[in-house]
Design a protein around this ligand. Structure first.
Ligand code: PXL
Length: 265
C-alpha cells in the first residue's frame, strides 16, 4: 500500500480563503498529500485587504501542534504567519521537541495592503531562533530587504541578500523575484551554489496567496521525498499554472486556482 504523505501548515487563517491556512490546505490537497493545520491567528480579510487580526493564545498553538504530532504526525512542515515572538518561540520549542525536519519557512511579515502579519519586534526572533530550523526560507523581495537590511533592485543585489540571509542561519533560501518586472525569477542559494528558477511572468491581478501556495508546494514535495531543488521546481510550475488558471473572485486581488488539472509530477 502506498504511504499517505502528511504535511502540516502553521499559519494564519484568511477568511477570504485566498492566502494563509486555506491556500495551504488547498495546495496540499491538489498535490496529493494529507494536510493538517495549526492556526496562529485569525484574519478578517477579503480580496481588498485585512480588516482585523486576532492572534491565538500561544497555548492554543502548542495544543494544536501536540494534537497533530502525537497522533497523525507529519512528513514536512510549512510555516507562514507567526504573528508574534511568543508564538515563534513556542513553535521552535515544539519543532525541536518532536525532532521535525523538512521545514519550509515563509517569513510572512506584511500583507499586500500593508497590514502587519508579524509584529515588528518579532523579526529578530524569527531570524535568530527560527531560521536554524528551516530547510529553506522563502522571502519575497520586501521581506528580504528587511531581513538583509539592504535595497534589492537588481540581480546582483538579490544574490548579495541571499548570501546575507543564509549567513543569518537559514540552511538555504529561495528569494522570490515576483515583485520585479520581466520574467518571474526565483533565486535559490544554499551557501554553495546559486540556482535560478525561471518562468514567464503571469499577468494577472489574481495573485493573492502566491507566496503561501509556493511554500506549501515545496513542503509537499519534501514530504513526498523529493530533493529540495526538485521540490522548488515542482512548486514553481504549480504556482505558475495556478496563476494562469486564476479567475476573478471579489473586487480586489483574487486567489489562485489551486485545482486546475495538475498533470506534472
Ligand atoms: O501572503 C501572506 C499571508 C499569509 N498569511 C495570511 C495572510 C497573508 C496575506 O494576506 O493573510 C493569513
Amino acid at each position: 500500500m502506498k504511504k499517505i504523505v502528511k504535511v502540516m501548515t502553521i499559519a494564519g487563517s484568511d477568511s477570504g480563503a485566498g492566502a494563509g491556512i486555506q491556500a495551504d490546505l488547498k495546495t496540499f490537497h491538489a498535490l496529493g498529500v494529507y494536510g493538517t493545520s495549526v492556526i496562529t491567528a485569525v484574519t478578517a480579510q477579503n480580496t481588498l485587504g485585512v480588516t482585523s487580526v486576532l492572534e491565538m493564545p500561544t497555548g492554543m498553538v502548542i495544543d494544536q501542534m501536540d494534537a497533530i504530532l502525537t497522533d497523525i504526525n507529519t512528513d514536512a512542515v510549512k510555516i507562514g504567519m507567526m504573528a508574534n515572538m511568543e508564538i515563534i518561540r513556542a513553535v521552535v520549542e515544539r519543532l525541536a521537541y518532536y525532532g521535525i525536519s523538512n521545514v519550509v519557512l515563509d517569513p510572512v511579515m506584511i500583507a499586500k495592503g500593508g497590514d502587519r502579519l508579524l509584529r515588528a519586534d518579532a523579526v529578530d526572533a524569527m531570524r535568530d531562533e527560527m531560521f536554524p530550523f528551516a530547510t529553506v526560507v522563502t522571502p519575497n523581495i520586501p521581506e528580504a530587504e528587511i531581513l538583509a537590511q539592504m535595497e534589492i533592485r537588481n540581480n546582483s543585489q538579490v544574490r548579495r541578500a541571499a548570501e546575507i540571509i543564509v549567513a543569518q542561519g537559514a540552511n538555504s533560501i529561495v528569494l522570490k523575484g515576483g515583485h520585479f518586472l520581466g520574467d518571474a525569477v526565483d533565486v535559490f542559494y544554499d551557501g554553495e551554489a546559486f540556482i535560478e528558477f525561471v518562468r514567464p511572468r503571469v499577468n494577472t491581478r489574481n495573485s493573492h496567496g502566491t507566496g503561501c501556495t509556493f511554500s506549501s508546494a515545496i513542503a509537499a514535495g519534501l514530504g513526498k521525498g523529493f530533493k529540495l531543488d526538485q521540490s522548488i521546481e515542482m512548486a514553481k510550475e504549480y504556482v505558475t499554472r495556478a496563476l494562469m488558471a486564476a479567475k476573478s473572485i471579489g473586487q480586489g486581488y483574487g486567489p489562485l486556482e489551486h485545482f486546475f488539472k495538475f498533470d506534472i509530477q
